[in-house]
Write a protein that binds this ligand. Structure first.
Ligand SMILES: N[C@@H](CCC(=O)N[C@@H](CS)C(=O)NCC(=O)O)C(=O)O
Length: 227
C-alpha cells in the first residue's frame, strides 16, 4: 500500500493517474494547501519542500520509503512496477527528456501563467504576457511533437501522465487548445483512458473552492512558511 499525500491539482493528479495505471493500491491523505497543512511538521518530514504530492511506500520492497517531487515519484513508481518507463537505452532517454520538459517547462510556466492570468489579485500585464507567451510556445513544441504520434514517446509513459493535468488547465493559463490540434487529440485520448477517469473521480470527494477566499489566497501565495 502506498500513502499518497495529495491535493487535487495538476501535480497531485500525476500520481493518482500513475497509481491507477499501475494498479498499485493506495490511500489518499488530503493535505489542504489552502489551510497551510503543507507546513505541518508531520508532513514536512515526508516533503521538506512543503509541497504536494508526496508518497510513503509501505510495500515490502520499499517499506517506509518517502518520496517527494512529482517527477521523482513517477520515476520511482514506474521503476518499481517495471512499466511506463523503459528500463534502458534510447527509449528510456526519450521518456526522461519529455518528463524533464514537463517538470522544468510546462509545469512551472503553466503555474506562473495560471497565477498571473487567474490567481493574482493585481493584474500585471508584463507578467501575464511573459508567461502566457512562453506557455503558448511550449504548447507549440508539444503540438509539433504529437504530430503523427499517439503519445509523447514511442509508447504511453510517465511523460504523458506528467503533462495531462497541466493541459487540463490550458485555458486558465491563457492557452486556446483549439490552436493546437495534435495536443487536443492527445488530450481527448488521455481523458478516455479508464485509469485517468478513475483518478479524476477521486477528486469528487474534495471541495475545490473557486474563487479562493482572501484567507486561502494568503495561505497559498502570501507566506514563505517561516512565519
Ligand atoms: N516541483 C513540485 C511542485 C509541487 C507543487 O507546486 N505543489 C503545489 C500544488 S500543485 C503545492 O503543494 N503548493 C503548496 C505551497 O506552495 O505551499 C512537484 O512537481 O512535485
Amino acid at each position: 500500500m502506498i500513502d499518497l499525500y495529495y491535493f487535487p491539482t495538476p501535480n497531485g493528479r500525476k500520481i493518482t493517474i500513475a497509481l491507477e495505471e499501475l494498479e498499485i493500491p493506495y490511500a489518499i491523505h488530503l493535505v489542504d494547501i489552502l489551510d497551510r497543512q503543507q507546513f505541518n511538521t508531520d508532513f514536512l518530514r515526508i516533503s521538506c519542500n512543503n509541497k504536494i504530492p508526496a508518497i510513503v511506500d509501505n510495500r515490502t520492497e520499499g517499506r517506509g520509503l518517502s518520496v517527494f517531487e512529482s517527477g521523482a515519484i513517477l520515476m520511482y513508481l514506474a521503476e518499481t512496477a517495471g512499466k511506463l518507463l523503459p528500463s534502458s537505452g534510447p527509449a528510456r532517454v526519450e521518456v526522461l527528456e519529455w518528463l524533464m520538459w514537463q517538470m522544468a517547462g510546462l509545469g512551472p510556466m503553466g503555474g506562473q501563467a495560471n497565477h498571473f492570468n487567474y490567481y493574482a489579485r493585481d493584474k500585471i500585464p508584463y507578467a501575464i504576457d511573459r508567461y502566457t507567451q512562453e506557455l503558448n510556445r511550449l504548447y507549440g513544441v508539444m503540438d509539433r511533437r504529437l504530430n503523427g504520434r499517439k503519445f509523447l514517446c514511442e509508447q504511453y509513459s510517465i511523460a504523458d501522465i506528467a503533462c495531462f493535468g497541466w493541459v487540463q488547465q490550458a485555458a486558465v493559463g491563457g492557452v486556446d487548445l483549439a490552436r493546437f490540434p495534435h495536443v487536443s487529440k492527445w488530450y481527448s485520448g488521455m481523458k478516455a483512458r479508464p485509469a485517468v477517469q478513475r483518478a479524476l473521480a477521486k477528486d469528487e470527494q474534495f471541495d475545490r473552492p473557486t474563487p479562493l477566499t482572501d484567507a486561502q489566497h494568503r495561505n497559498l501565495f502570501g507566506s514563505s512558511g517561516s512565519d
